[in-house]
Structure formats: structure tokens, C-alpha cells
Design a protein around this ligand. Structure first.
Ligand SMILES: Nc1nc2c(c(=O)[nH]1)N(C=O)[C@@H](CNc1ccc(C(=O)N[C@@H](CCC(=O)O)C(=O)O)cc1)CN2
Ligand SMILES: Nc1nc2c(ncn2[C@@H]2O[C@H](COP(=O)(O)OP(=O)(O)OP(=O)(O)O)[C@@H](O)[C@H]2O)c(=O)[nH]1
Ligand SMILES: [Mg+2]
Length: 460
């Protein structure tokens, strides 16, 4: 395993398909001069683009392009990096890549194809990027909105890492105080009081909460919100999906039981991705196909961040309709109430019943109330509309900060015991430190790294 991290690697760095320019990239801890000589036919000056023919084994030109050599450690990966910038045709680039692998073998280099994310993993292992920055590289490439791209770029620039670093420094100071007190038991309580250890701990908790808040926003921007449209047949779920998406995605008819398959679409509200699913109307049915659809609806409900429980104002108050709604409510009882939003549809209908106090009402048909629904959805997941200065983050970071917070809370509790158990206090602070370290990868398991980098595209 370890040696894999030291193999020279090669890949096409540009997107598959045709392009103006395409790049084959090689990264190697060993000197690349022999490979350069074989493929480029001459030596390259460091970090200087040189126009030349790339040669096959027989010396014939595969293409004419720019070659760039970044000697270690001044490169993206921190290793020796060679870039061959050729014309961006898929066949040319495959030939060039194959030629590099072949020339590597001739020159006794164990050059192999790079795995997804392996260049960036090397950058991480060689200290060019921390783990949060490496993740931001992938998030930048995968960004689907401008807000996400700008935030990913800020994270790549070290915005999250910087905030985590400040927390870590404050935590280290506190740990030093406590550990020193442990080492000199005679002076114990005084020492901690003099240095205002408790005050430091409280301030650290406050700062952590602020970072946690921003990180949660950043994670929302990356992961988005899973919203499911649920309710009885014919209440207008598919109509609402179409209205929110601004396209006729799902079939709408006056026939109850129209939707069977789950129809999903991602839209965005203020840059926050919203993954909406329209599902089969919830009811008992003899129809085999519809029953499967209803079962899927319940699965989607279990999986959603927010459930829009849709009601039909033209039927509210009717005994059979209300009885069906109660059946659904009963079954939703084991879903936490914060995840459920009650929404009353068809407010435009002449026979619409009055809307219950404080409830959301809208018309999927006319669009009335849709804007309020969008705002309510953002509010529901705690989005504060301040994308400026925001950095992209992942659920993993949020979890690590939450664990840090839990250990600081425990530390706080221990510190208030009379007399405080200093060894327990020290232990909780150490655990808080470890949890924080997972974010930047100061402290991270191999399988976590594997999981993160395997999601990258090839050549990155
Ligand atoms: N052609 C090309 N464009 C690219 C990349 C690349 O690898 N090749 N990148 C990669 O994906 C990104 C840029 N990332 C890079 C990061 C560091 C270094 C580098 O040479 N770092 C040195 C020197 C720094 C300096 O002069 O300030 C170093 O860290 O020591 C190069 C590219 C985006 N554009
Ligand atoms: N007046 C009015 N009619 C609506 C509104 N929304 C939906 N409808 C009508 O209600 C009927 C059912 O709409 P759908 O969107 O298919 O309802 P659904 O909840 O997806 O139904 P199933 O797929 O059967 O579960 C259709 O005839 C729609 O035109 C609305 O806001 N106002
Ligand atoms: Mg439907």
C-alpha cells in the first residue's frame, strides 16, 4: 500500500472528448529526466513551456505540443510533474499516454495509470493541500451553481482550514494549561484559575459554534436538501413539482393514482440545490403497480430532509378525505415533526376551504404562494442567505465539528465538578482535538482517505 503512494503515475488530465487542448500529466517521486529525454527528445528548463514534437518509440512525432516540467517539490503534487499539452483529441491523448507508459518501462520507471484523485491525494500526502482543501478541489470541479463554485474556491484557498486552524490553536493552548496543571498537582486549581481556563473553554465553545454554523451552511450548499412531495392522490403533488421545476416533468391528470414511479429533479433556490421527488399518492389500493409506487413513496419519505405533506383545499373538511389524511398523519407520527411541512394546495379554486391558521397555502396552478414556499424551505433547513464569504463544506466536516463540540461540552461539565477531575478534563480536550484534526486530515484513517479520493475524476 505504502509503495503505491510512491509509484510514478500518469493520466489524461483533461475531460474526455474533443477539446482545443488536452493534457497528459505524469507525477513521480523519481527524477523524470530520462522520460523527458525519451518523449520530448531533449531536456526541459524548469517550469518553462517548450514547443516540441512528442515522439513515439521509433522517433516519429505523435503530435506537436507544449511540454512543461515542474521539478519537485514545486508542483501541484509536490513531486516531479511533467505535463504534455497536446491537441485535445481523444485518440492523440491516448497515444501520448500509452507512449509515456511505454517510455517509462524502457527507462526503468514503474510508471502506471493514476487512480481517480491520485494526483490530489499526493498533493495532500506531500503537504501541498490539507484534506479539506483537497475535498474542495473536487467540489470546485463538481460545482453546479455559481455560489457553489465561489464557495469551493474559498475552501480551496483555505477558508475552512483557516478557521479550523484557529480553533485548534486555542484548543492546544488550553490543553497545555491543563496538562501542565496535571504535571504540577500542588498548584492545581490556582493555576487553572489564574490562566482563566474556564473562560478560555467557554470562548472556544462559542467560536466553535460560529464555525459550525458556517460549515453547516457550506454543507447545505454542497449537499442540498432532499424534499419529498407526499399526500393523498390528486392533491396536486405532480403539479407542484412541475411548478417548482418550471417544466412539465410529471404527468398531471384529474385521475387519482396517476403517478406511480418516483419522479425526481434538482432545482436550486438561491444557489442551494433542492432535490425534489414527486411520489405516488398515498392510499390503500388493489392495483399491484400502484401499491409498489406507494411503498416507494414511504421509502422516499423516510429518506427526505423535508416532507411537504400536501392537502387539497377543495376537499378539506370532507369526512372521507379527512379520514384518509388522518391515516397518513398516523403513519407519519414516527417521523420527526420538524421534517414535515403542511402545505394546502389549490388556493385558486372557487370552492377552496379557508386555510388553517398559520399554514402554508398555495396554488400549483396559478403559482400563488410558491415564493413563500421556497423561502419556508430554506428557513426549514436553517439557510441564512449570506453566500458572501461562505466556504463549501461537507457533512463529514459538520459531523467532526459536532463531535468536537460534544467533547468540549463534556470538558465543561467535568471542569465544573468539585473538585474537577483534571485527568478527565485533559482526556476530553484531547478527544476534541482529535475530532477537529479529522477535518484537515491531521488525524484521519486510511479508509477515509480512500473513500474521499475515489470520488474524484481520473487525472485529478
Ligand atoms: N496546466 C495546469 N493547469 C492547472 C493545474 C495543473 O496541474 N496544470 N492545476 C492543478 O490541478 C490547477 C493549479 N494548481 C497548481 C497548484 C500548484 C502548482 C505549483 O507549481 N506549485 C508550486 C509553485 C508555487 C508558486 O510558484 O507559487 C509549489 O507549490 O511549490 C501548480 C498548479 C489548475 N490549473
Ligand atoms: N384548481 C387547481 N387544480 C389543481 C391544482 N394543482 C393541481 N390541480 C389539479 O388536480 C388534479 C390532480 O393533480 P396532480 O398534480 O396530478 O395530483 P397528484 O397529487 O400528483 O396525484 P397522484 O399522482 O394521483 O397522486 C389535476 O386535475 C390538476 O390539474 C391547483 O393548484 N389548483
Ligand atoms: Mg402525481
Amino acid at each position: 500500500m505504502l509503495s503505491r503512494h510512491h509509484d510514478p503515475i500518469a493520466a489524461i488530465a483533461t475531460a474526455p472528448g474533443r477539446g482545443a487542448v488536452g493534457i497528459v500529466r505524469v507525477s513521480s517521486p523519481q527524477d523524470l529526466t530520462p522520460l523527458v529525454a525519451a518523449v520530448c527528445g531533449k531536456a526541459l528548463k524548469a517550469r518553462e513551456a517548450t514547443y516540441l514534437p512528442f515522439r513515439d518509440a521509433a522517433g516519429a512525432a505523435i503530435d506537436q505540443g507544449l511540454a512543461l516540467l515542474f521539478p519537485a517539490p514545486h508542483s501541484y503534487t509536490g513531486e516531479h510533474v511533467l505535463e504534455l499539452q497536446a491537441h485535445g483529441g481523444p485518440v492523440v491523448l491516448q497515444l501520448l499516454l500509452a507512449r509515456c507508459l511505454e517510455a517509462g518501462r524502457e527507462q526503468g520507471l514503474a510508471l502506471r495509470l493514476a487512480e481517480p484523485g491520485e494526483f490530489t491525494q499526493r498533493a495532500f500526502l506531500n503537504g501541498k493541500l490539507d484534506l479539506a482543501q483537497a475535498e474542495a478541489v473536487s467540489d470546485l470541479i463538481d460545482s453546479s451553481t455559481e455560489a457553489a463554485a465561489r464557495s469551493a474556491s474559498r475552501a480551496l484557498g483555505g477558508a475552512l482550514s483557516g478557521e479550523v486552524g484557529e480553533l485548534r490553536d486555542a484548543l492546544i493552548k488550553l490543553r497545555m494549561l491543563v496538562e501542565a496543571t496535571l504535571d504540577f498537582p500542588e498548584e492545581e486549581i490556582d493555576f487553572l484559575q489564574q490562566a482563566d481556563a474556564l473562560g478560555r473553554l467557554s470562548r472556544l465553545q462559542q467560536r466553535l459554534d460560529a464555525v459550525l454554523d458556517r460549515t453547516r451552511q457550506g454543507a447545505l450548499l454542497r449537499e442540498g436538501i432532499k424534499v419529498v412531495l407526499a399526500g393523498q392522490p390528486n392533491v396536486g403533488k405532480s403539479s407542484l413539482l412541475n411548478a417548482l421545476a418550471g417544466a412539465e416533468l410529471a404527468i398531471v391528470t384529474p385521475i387519482p393514482g396517476t403517478t406511480r414511479d418516483k419522479v425526481s429533479q434538482t432545482i436550486q433556490i438561491e444557489g442551494v440545490p433542492l432535490h425534489i421527488s414527486d411520489t405516488a399518492g398515498l392510499r390503500d389500493t388493489e392495483d399491484e403497480v400502484e401499491r409498489i409506487g406507494v411503498a416507494r413513496s414511504w421509502e422516499a419519505i423516510a429518506d427526505a430532509d423535508v416532507i411537504l405533506f400536501l392537502h387539497d383545499l377543495t376537499r378539506v373538511g370532507q369526512a372521507d378525505y379527512e379520514a384518509e389524511d388522518r391515516l397518513i398523519s398516523d403513519r407519519l407520527a414516527n417521523v420527526s415533526a420538524e421534517r414535515i411541512l403542511q402545505v394546502f394546495n389549490k388556493s385558486d379554486a372557487p370552492n377552496a376551504a379557508p386555510v388553517p391558521e398559520g399554514a402554508l397555502s398555495l396554488s400549483a396552478k396559478s403559482g400563488a404562494g410558491l415564493q413563500a414556499l421556497r423561502q419556508r424551505l430554506l428557513q426549514q433547513v436553517g439557510w441564512q442567505a449570506t453566500p458572501e464569504g461562505l466556504y463549501i463544506a461537507r457533512e463529514r466536516h459538520v459531523q467532526a465539528l459536532r463531535r468536537t463540540r460534544e467533547h468540549l461540552d463534556m470538558a465543561q461539565a467535568v471542569a465544573h465538578q468539585q473538585p474537577p477531575a483534571l485527568d478527565l478534563l485533559a482526556e476530553e480536550l484531547r478527544l476534541a482535538h482529535d475530532a477537529l484534526g479529522e477535518i484537515t486530515g491531521a488525524f484521519s484513517a486510511d479508509d477515509l482517505l480512500g473513500e474521499i479520493f475515489s470520488k474524484f475524476c481520473i487525472g485529478k
